[in-house]
Design a protein around this ligand. Structure first.
Ligand code: PTT
Ligand code: SF4
Length: 611
């Protein structure tokens, strides 16, 4: 089967059994890979209602046909499971050498099931799979764990690991790789920890199967060079993602003080220019010529890699405008293996709840030293850290009063670093993201602010959100490649269809690939519906704080403006109409059948009637 190795590796940690399984060409063509594979496997194999942190949940590591091949930015891997944070489908996408090594070892993915009796790690070399004791690294941070594994297996090995956060099942623990890479915001690291699995090491020595290997090699090398040249010309990776911070501050979209404010006079102290001036080194994922991982020395002198989201959520959102201190908070999240976005949102929510008098506690905005202590307590679930480890939704459920209104989350996942008080399209993007409030699915904010009116709730915004979801949450997540060449450098999307065809020997258009995106989005919704049979459209609502007139900015570009409920409802209706979903936000039977989901629709009808 050109383009796919045709194999998945199933490892059961309870029974210590290992099985190489082949998949059919039909499975490959229907779900392609990455998010598509992971979703379909979890849909088929998980019973609804299982405990996400129990042995019945499965951790899927999934690659796509483009993953690991010599072409621009193909060093990415999808990690997925039922999310312990949201209770729905959850995944993330991280740069790692595992991408290349696992494909070379002969697999397009791993399915890890059960629960080891004591801590273990996996060592995979082609067909040889070892389940080894992890006593020496259990309890250690990700940096120490990675260097221990590097010493044993060499720096070229592909490694995924968790920190203490994953071990202690912090609900927003991530999986880490290559020092600066992290993925699986909805607690996929906690699922790995719940299986007593500390790390996965992979090495492979085979060729990745391609229909036209020589042609692809030539084209890939040429395109990697071209992407590198465009990056140099545009200067994008000088600041990488952090270039967006000063823009967000200017247009009143920055998270400040648990997103109560949208800009701050001191934001310049933590912006991309300051970061670049303090740069110590640059890191990147495999197969990348526009590397965006910028490290600086943190307050304690350690090297810490910062992206915009990290600075926005651990910096401005907590009113900490000291870059080395923000880098320290980021370092701790990386070492403990906690998601920086959720960690920043949780700390912001905690400070806000104390500030409003809803709870008693010891933390104020701006207090970097206490924030460090709270991160440690969270990773070990000590004292207040035990509730902070549960994420904002559960914290708000516990605090009660009106605290859910200012818990900045959707479906249980904390919002990334875009304050959408008056950005209806981006608020819709957060609200309809199929894993909870993540910007990865549809980053419509730039289009919305620079190319349309911020005031508009017209269907063109719903259309744009869907167009971006099809590309970002769709194509890039199932062929599996980094989207930055496309979004940041304008590298034409058609290139990816060309790579796909060259590798698989097929002749697909972008429209064919978009159909797969829609199929995946429909099944992700079915996954949620099966878990929450009383599903209604309120689950696709953004946080209430963005609709509260008393929360409107008092000054600046959006003074007095706030989102409006009746207009948002219409925007959501437009979104559902374009997608062919009903007013509850559920794909109709006609839509499901049109996407080839007859069997899945019949299964979901056991739980809720489709229109
Ligand atoms: C991603 C989310 C992001 S998105 C960021 S910064 W970003 C945060 N990074 C974290 C971190 O770092 N450490 C940590 N402990 N937690 C973190 N949580 C946050 O996780 C990342 C880049 C970035 S930087 C982005 S936007 C793009 N994301 C892509 C994506 O999602 N899909 C895709 N096909 N290509 C992408 N390219 C870009 O990759 P999640 P990475 Mg990450 C230190 O995984 O769960 O999706 O959350 O992957 O290898 O670190 O690269 O301004
Ligand atoms: Fe990784 Fe950044 Fe390169 Fe994307 S652009 S592959 S995130 S280093």
């Amino acid at each position: 089967m050109n383009g796919w190795t045709g194999n998945l590796l199933r490892i059961n940690l309870s029974t210590e059994s290992v099985k190489k399984e082949s998949f059919t060409e039909e499975f490959a063509r229907t779900w392609i890979g990455g998010r598509g594979f992971a979703l379909k496997i979890l849909w088929d194999e998980l019973k609804p209602g299982i405990d996400a942190l129990g042995p019945e949940n499965k951790l899927v590591v999934a690659l796509g046909p483009i993953a690991g091949i010599p072409a621009p930015n193909t060093g990415k891997t999808v990690v997925a499971a039922k999310s312990p944070l949201t209770g729905g489908y959850g995944d993330g996408n991280l740069g790692t050498r595992v991408t290349v090594e696992l494909r070379k070892a002969g697999y397009d993915g791993l399915i890890i099931e059960g629960q080891a009796r004591s801590p273990v790690y996996l060592n995979i070399i082609n067909d040889r799979v070892e389940i080894l004791p992890a006593g020496e690294i259990w309890g250690k941070g990700t940096y120490e764990t990675m260097s221990w594994l590097y010493k044993k297996y060499g720096k070229a090995a592909g490694i995924l690991t968790i920190g203490q956060g994953g071990e202690n099942k912090v609900l927003y623990a991530v999986i880490r790789s290559m020092e600066g890479r992290s993925g699986g915001r909805p607690g996929i690291g906690a699922v790995m920890g719940s299986k007593n699995l500390k790390a996965i090491v992979v090495k492979g020595t085979n060729d990745i199967p391609m229909a036209d290997p020589l042609g692809m090699k030539k084209l890939g090398a040429e395109d990697l060079r071209k992407v590198g040249e465009i990056d140099k010309k545009t200067g994008w990776s000088v600041q990488g993602t952090t270039g967006v911070l000063s823009w967000c501050n200017e247009v009143a979209a920055l998270p400040v003080r648990n997103m109560r404010k949208t800009s701050h006079q001191d934001a310049w102290r933590i912006d991309g220019e300051r970061l670049n001036n303090a740069r110590v080194a640059t890191y990147g994922c495999p197969n990348c010529t526009m590397r965006c991982g910028i490290t600086i020395h943190d307050h304690e002198g350690r090297e810490s890699e910062l992206d915009y989201e990290n600075i926005g959520m651990l910096g401005s959102n907590l009113e900490i405008f000291d870059l080395p201190q923000v880098a320290s908070l980021n370092y701790l999240c990386d070492d403990y293996g906690l998601d920086t976005i959720s960690a920043g949102a949780v700390l912001g929510f905690y400070a806000d709840a104390i500030d409003r008098g809803s709870i008693k506690g010891n933390f104020q905005f701006g207090d970097a030293e206490r924030a460090k202590e709270l991160l440690r307590m969270t990773a070990y679930r000590e004292g207040a850290g035990d509730i902070l480890a549960e994420g904002t939704m559960r914290m708000a459920q516990k605090i009660g009063q009106d605290s859910m209104d200012y818990a900045m989350q959707v479906k249980g996942l904390e919002c990334s670093a875009y304050n959408c008080k008056f950005i209806p399209g981006m608020a819709l993007a957060f609200a309809t993201s199929p894993i909870g409030a993540h910007h990865k699915e549809s980053w419509v904010i730039m289009f919305e602010i620079t190319q349309t009116s911020r005031e508009s709730y017209g269907p063109e915004k719903a259309q744009k959100v869907i167009e971006l979801q099809r590309i970002r949450g769709g194509i890039f997540e199932f062929i599996v490649a980094c989207r930055f060449p496309w979004i940041e450098l304008g590298w034409d999307l058609q290139h990816y269809a060309d790579y796909f065809n060259k590798i698989t020997g097929m002749n697909w258009t972008l429209a064919d690939l978009f159909k797969v995106s829609d199929r995946i989005y429909a099944l992700m919704k079915f996954f949620w519906l099966r878990e929450f049979p009383n599903w209604d459209r309120t689950r696709d609502y953004p946080p209430k704080a963005w609709f509260d007139p008393s929360n409107a900015d008092k000054e600046g570009p959006i003074a007095g403006k706030i989102l409006e409920w009746d207009k948002y409802e219409k925007l959501l209706d437009s979104f559902y109409d374009i997608r062919g979903w009903d007013k509850r936000g559920i794909p109709t039977k006609k839509t499901a059948l049109g996407l080839g989901l007859a069997k899945e629709a019949a299964e979901v009808e056991k739980y809720a009637k489709l229109e």
